[in-house]
Ligand binder design. Structure first.
Ligand code: GTP
Ligand code: MG
Length: 157
């Protein structure tokens, strides 16, 4: 099954958008495999956006990502890489459709609330970078059972 890397950027955290953003992905049906509230070092931000290092806005982009804590998220699900990008919306919030996260919550390209991996290959790289400790085994058999039916919650006979 496919897994993607999502990150709620510092502006999303400061504006208290963590819960509504998570709600959209979880309500859609994706499965949490990783969730961390963390500060970002300059070198991690530079590595994450290394493809953009020649861009004139690279320095400002790195400063933005390290300006406050982020929420790092690993999400699993069918076609989640491309579908998460659809839920996120276009890079420039002025171009992103209402109903998307950027379309609903942002007006500045340099403060666009959220990141999502843009390809399966980059998702693999980004998950290794941000979740080097590995992902959580969120067992699909346990997920399909009701809480009371789970082996750990059964009363001793
Ligand atoms: P991410 O999910 O953050 O990777 O965004 P993206 O994939 O939609 O866009 P891209 O990877 O091309 O750019 C990364 C980030 O750099 C964007 O999310 C913006 O915050 C910022 N960025 C991209 N283009 C511009 C630009 O022209 N000006 C400024 N100021 N920032 C930009
Ligand atoms: Mg990108």
């Amino acid at each position: 099954m496919e897994t993607t890397y999502i990150m709620i950027k510092p502006d999303g955290v400061q504006r208290n958008l963590v819960a509504p953003i998570l709600e959209r992905f979880l309500a859609k049906g994706y499965i949490l495999r990783g969730l961390k509230f963390m500060n970002v070092s300059k070198s991690l931000a530079e590595t994450h956006y290394s493809d953009l290092s020649a861009k004139p806005f690279f320095g400002a982009l790195v400063d933005y990502i390290i300006s406050g804590p982020v929420v790092a998220i690993a999400l699993e699900g069918k076609d989640v890489v491309a579908q998460a990008r659809k839920l996120i919306g276009a890079t420039n919030p002025l171009a992103s459709a209402p109903g998307t996260i950027r379309g609903d919550y942002s007006i500045e390209i340099g403060r666009n609330v959220i990141h999502g991996s843009d390809s399966v290959e980059n998702a693999t790289k980004e998950l290794a970078l941000w979740f080097s400790e590995g992902l959580v085994d969120n067992n699909p058999v346990l997920r399909s059972q009701t809480f009371a039916d789970r082996p750990t919650n059964k009363q001793a006979a």
